[in-house]
Write a protein that binds this ligand. Structure first.
Ligand code: SAH
Length: 233
């Protein structure tokens, strides 16, 4: 079964967008994953098809109505659907490679994209939405977040990266940032490729890469380095 993504949005035309290109685009064509969009506005009841209203208690902006969103969710993901239901949200659990991998091993995901000031709290509870954040900054809508999440998930689906070990040595997969990479030419503006990489000695190359990965992680991300060390012990 392909990984089935359903995205609920006010801007379905944004999709597949970048996901239609390169690795994820080819995987979409090969039906390794599928992408369906649902226009939330189609579930609005009034003749103006409005989906939002002013925040209770006052304040700036507009809030997505829970009744309309619930109808859209129930249409896109009936009770028999065993895919997780996610809500892109700056308050959510920070997206990381471990969660990406977990999602990639499941049947797919239903992803709700917020807009305006966000969504009514009651629909989050009533439909068990798992809030997911792509970082500590505020976007104007959940669509770019959904694309980031799907791009990360799709690239590690079996068959997508083809002839390689599904990114297992890449940043975060080992708990470390990746070692530096080099390719031809051998001399670039007077700088050579580290000699060891052209030695053909796979044992020494692996040891060199691990040492560089540790060094870089320690310098740039002491938080990751600390958990890596704890894991090692
Ligand atoms: N008022 C909200 C921000 C709303 S931004 C707050 O302060 O928390 C509008 C929508 O953009 C959100 O509903 C969410 O779907 C999306 N969004 C914004 N920042 C995001 C982030 N860091 N990660 C994931 N989604 C985000």
């Amino acid at each position: 079964m392909p990984f089935a993504a359903t995205v609920l949005t006010l801007y379905p035309d944004m999709f597949p967008g970048p996901l239609g290109h390169s690795l994820s685009g080819r995987a979409l064509e090969k039906e390794i994953w599928s992408l369906e969009t649902v226009q939330i506005r189609d579930f609005a009841a009034d003749k103006h098809r409005s989906v939002d209203d002013t925040p209770a208690g006052g304040g700036a902006g507009m809030v997505l109505r829970p009744d309309i969103l619930a109808k859209a969710i129930d249409h896109a993901s009936p009770v028999s659907d065993n895919r997780p239901r996610l809500l892109m949200s700056p308050r959510g659990r920070p997206l990381d490679q471990a969660y990406v991998r977990r999602l990639s091993e499941g049947p797919g995901a239903v992803i709700v994209c917020g807009r305006f000031e966000g969504v009514d709290e009651r629909v989050i509870e009533a439909r068990n939405l798992i809030e997911v954040s792509i970082g500590d900054y505020v976007l104007s809508g959940g669509e770019l977040g959904a694309m980031v999440l799907l791009d990360a998930v799709v690239r590690i689906l079996p068959g997508v990266m083809g002839n390689r070990e599904s990114g297992e040595s890449e940043s975060f997969e080992t708990g470390l940032l990746e070692h530096p990479q080099y390719t031809r030419p051998q001399d670039f503006e007077g700088k050579a490729i580290p000699e060891i990489l052209t030695s053909g000695d796979h044992g020494r190359i692996a040891a060199w890469r691990k040492a560089r990965a540790e060094e870089i992680t320690r310098a740039r991300r002491p938080d990751l380095y600390r958990s890596y060390r704890e894991e090692e012990e």
